[in-house]
Design a protein around this ligand. Sequence first.
Ligand SMILES: [Zn+2]
Ligand SMILES: [Zn+2]
Length: 98
Amino acid sequence: MHKFRERDQTLVKKAKGRFINKNSKLFCEACNFSFEEKYGVVGKEYIEAHHKKPLSQIQAGEKTKESDLVMLFANCHRIVHKLKSPDPWSKLLRLLGK
Ligand SMILES: [Zn+2]
Ligand SMILES: [Zn+2]
C-alpha cells in the first residue's frame, strides 16, 4: 500500500516541482546529495519520493498530501524501507545525526 501511494506519479511530479521551486534544485533530504549538481539534468531523474508518515498513522482512505513526501535518492530510499521501526523516516534522520 505504501509503495502504491508512492507511485502516484501526478502527486510525485507536483511534489518535485514544488521542491525545486523552494530549493532551486533537487537533493536528497536524507544525505543532502545532489545528483543534479554532480551530473546535470540527467541526475534529476534519480530522485524518488518517499512517504514519511508511518504506515500505522495513515488512516484508511486518507489521501497522500505533498507535504507527506520527502525526496530521497534510490540508495537512501532503500535504506529507509529496510529500517525496522514504527517511524523509519525519523529513525533515518537520527542515524544521520539530524
Ligand atoms: Zn540520500
Ligand atoms: Zn518510500
